[in-house]
Design a protein around this ligand. Sequence first.
Ligand SMILES: [Zn+2]
Length: 698
Amino acid sequence: MEPVVDQLSFAAAKDVSYPLPVYAVLRAETPPALDGWLESDSWRGAHWIETFLSVETAQPADKPTAVALLWDDQYLYVGFKCREPRLGYLHANAVEAHEVWLDDAVEIYLKSVVPGIESVDTAVNTIGMVCPAFKVISDPGWGTYQFQTPGGVRAAIRCTGDGWQAEIAFPFGEQQLPTPRAGDLWRGNLCRNDRLGFTWSYWALGQSPGYTYSDDKLFPFLRFSTDAATPPPPRVHRPARPRKARFALRGMMYDTSRGSLIYTPQYWIDKLPLLREFDYNAVIMYFENHLRYPSHPAFAPEGSWTLDELHLLQDAAAHYGIDIIPAQTSLGHCPGILTHPKYAELAEEGSDSYQFCPAHPGTMPMLTDIFNDLCAASQSPYVSINADESAYLGFCPRCREEYAGWTKGQIFRQHILKLYEVIQAHGKRMMMWDDMLWLYPEAVEGLPRDIILLDWHYSLHRRYPSVDVWRACGFDVVACPGMYWVDNAFWLADYGAERGAMGMINTLWEDHSLPLGSRWQHLLATSWAAHAPAPDNLDTWFADAGMQLFGPAGARLGHSLAAQDNVKRNGYGNTVPSSLEVAIARQIREEAEKLLNDSSVPEATRGLLEEFVYAQRLLTLQAEATRWQAGSEHNPTERHRILAQAEILRAEGLARWQRQCTVVSQQPAFFERYTAIEKALGAGNSVGAPASRPMPLK
Ligand SMILES: [Zn+2]
């Protein structure tokens, strides 16, 4: 067996026939913060044991665990770092303290510490529940014992993209551990219950594999040292900031129409310096019915953008080298237009006002009008007609007669070609989504090759072969990931960059009442992917991203988001969030709130952080409310707390809405999370319900 760590010396124990390690517990000059982060000078200066042995094989366990101990006059501190690639599947089901050891957990065993206490076995799980069991001799004559659970043992857990870590403190004193003197030798062992990996691993085992962990004759020694934990010089870490662009067009697409916050042009103008900082040079603004055209003003609700406002934003963006590219739906995704009485007759039969009928004599003149308006007003050399998810083709009697014998792809192509003529007449290049061409490949033949295909993929794949197909057909391609997974942007951008894609545009759809800043990691992932290959380690990438935006203190928020990303990809899909998911949501909220109070956060990104904090408070409350509804939390006080906090947050949300948004018809989307919280808690009309409180427009 390898020595556990270099820092250990060995001493012969009287009761075993081989040497046992002696671990020097160093003094913590500054008390650890007990926040679970294990980054302080004391922790960095502690002796870290970095090999845990599997009980089954006596070999290092597959998942690394590291542990260190410190002490001062008040506490014995234990820090664990547990590597875990699949946080989302961890067991964190304990309700009572005595069930903690059945979860994924760490355990600390101590023995022969003080007369009367036979041993200490304290377990802590991944959501910070502590079972501080002391085994106490109740009758020395008979050798019977009982367990006590002393209070005062504290634990803080933090999750990162690489796993979870625990910071545990045992107070010294009455009914607690006795205060040690320098030089005292205690005996103990340290354990990780890897329930997910079916592995129990330990600092020290016997000479052969087997379940000997509780054999306290094998426990190594803990020597309380007078030496202070002296940290090595801090490693200066400067996050890499790649600058060489891989794409001619790089940036994002924002859905200004569905379940999103339809921001005022001024909101976007205020964000331009930051987008420039990310080296974006394009933002596609996606419109359904929220752009008011002079030729057809009726379908745009109150507060919609005007073409003058679009022009104003384009002007401002041009100063930052950013092209605002308008995208107007022109076939499917048009319910906002087609439910308006004036345009209802243009809807295709059976599409529930979702799609235009291409054969209706009013359709193309109307679309021609609005694209003429748009092209005349827009400064961008590009315009997108969207045309995605538009499969209601050839249904109505008119279409059946007009297109008798045609395939759906032929009908689709004809519609596209008509729009192409309108746009080409303005000297602009047409963009469109590629999915319908994938569905009806016969539509590809005869399509002009200067149409730019927006190739969208929102799931995680290592390969995206559609890029190869469109390139082989002679199209320029823009790789379009979605802001759901950062990997999606990294991998699709890598694939596109290797195949000469002209652009990488990350898409943000239907953000359901969450402000733009709630996706800051995706905004930064877009910037990264536009310039550099996918990073090797996501946890490091998230931490670097946090530092890049919010300064050195931003790393913890980055690690916390990386933990949530880890959970989402490993266990995502539960309607009711697990206790660990709620714990991580709270961790993210806490770290973001701390950051908000940190004066080192640059002024330029403070607005983004404020939006993130608002969103994270709302998301955490929603997760808590969902768990309450599912019966995981029965405490009526908890229900009251959630409702009260939601009410406070709603007032902030209302102010935010009035300041940043103008489209009255989008109010329900903005407040839908409050409505969901209220519903989950069986509450009345107190939290959501914007309709009952008319909001003045600014
Ligand atoms: Zn039709």
